[in-house]
Design a protein around this ligand. Structure first.
Ligand SMILES: [Zn+2]
Length: 281
């Protein structure tokens, strides 16, 4: 140890994005358990034998060590190891697309500034959600990727204090049991369930009908979060899935500034439309 010990962070991290820098280096954007979003430079990581090379692949869960110098936009990645690679083996197009979609979503939810210094608990919480999602996605026995992704979206919303309200009409407060099934609506702008009367009264900008199957799915997501998909018995119908996917997507778009459908999922949707699900949206 020298006289000046250089401050170092040692924590778990998820690689959100990585890109080349200079001749042989790479820069990676990380979500870390203890320090929020951190950008690191991995010197010479693109050399074949570099020990940093496996640490700059998007989607991997790592243990990492990096410099922790306040005020620096880029920290130095010093070392670490791969805890989990969700794309090892032969990942399906679906699994890859939902993984990339989740990374894009988390990357886009970042606050301004490189480090989330003022909100360490929030960072750990967000990291925990990502960690759980990636472990489920990597498990061959796990639930379907689409259902896991919905649960992931729900958990992100809940983490921001924005989870949709399902127990009562968001406008008049009427309990759900008193809202006739056929008149139920789901409104991103109002924050969740909407009764027919309030919808007719004009409080339904962008609202959509909310079917029983879709509501059952949303209930499971609310009750169990990422543990929800496994409890959906019988499995949700394709109609209910599409409906829930649409509701969550509009909800995220309305409440998280900067959110749009992750490009990876656009690709998946395009592949499906050109394949067997011919009637699209
Ligand atoms: Zn109402």
């Amino acid at each position: 140890m020298g006289v000046m010990t250089r401050p170092t962070a040692s924590t778990d991290a998820l690689v959100l994005r990585a890109w080349p820098c200079g001749e042989t280096s790479a820069v990676a954007s990380l979500l870390t358990r203890d320090h929020g979003y951190v950008k690191v430079i991995a010197k010479a990581a693109r050399r074949p034998l570099s020990t940093l090379r496996p640490l700059v692949e998007p989607g991997r869960l790592l243990t990492v060590e990096f410099s922790l110098e306040p005020g620096r936009e880029l920290q130095y990645l010093r070392g670490g190891g791969v805890e989990l690679d969700p794309l090892r083996g032969e990942p399906t197009l679906e699994r890859s697309a939902y993984l990339l979609g989740a990374l894009e979503l988390v990357d886009r939810c970042r606050p301004a500034g490189a480090l989330v210094r003022d909100e360490p608990d929030g960072a750990a919480d967000l990291f925990g959600v990502c960690d759980a999602f990636l472990r489920m996605l990597s498990s061959p026995a796990g639930p379907e990727p689409a259902l896991m992704f919905f649960a992931f979206e729900w958990e992100l919303l809940a983490r921001h204090g924005l989870a949709p309200e399902l127990s009562l009409c968001c406008v008049c407060g009427r309990p759900r049991a008193e809202v006739a099934e056929a008149t139920r609506r789901f409104s991103a702008a109002e924050g969740g369930l909407l009764c027919g009367e309030c919808a007719r009264g004009g409080a339904d900008a962008g609202g959509r009908p909310l079917g029983q199957d879709a509501l059952d799915m949303l209930d499971a997501l609310e009750a169990y979060g990422l543990g929800g998909p496994e409890r959906l018995m019988p499995a949700p119908t394709p109609t209910a899935r599409r409906e829930v996917g649409g509701h969550l997507h509009r909800f995220l778009g309305y409440h998280l500034p900067g959110y749009r459908l992750p490009a990876a999922l656009d690709l998946l949707r395009a592949a499906k439309v050109s394949g067997h699900e011919g009637n699209g949206s």
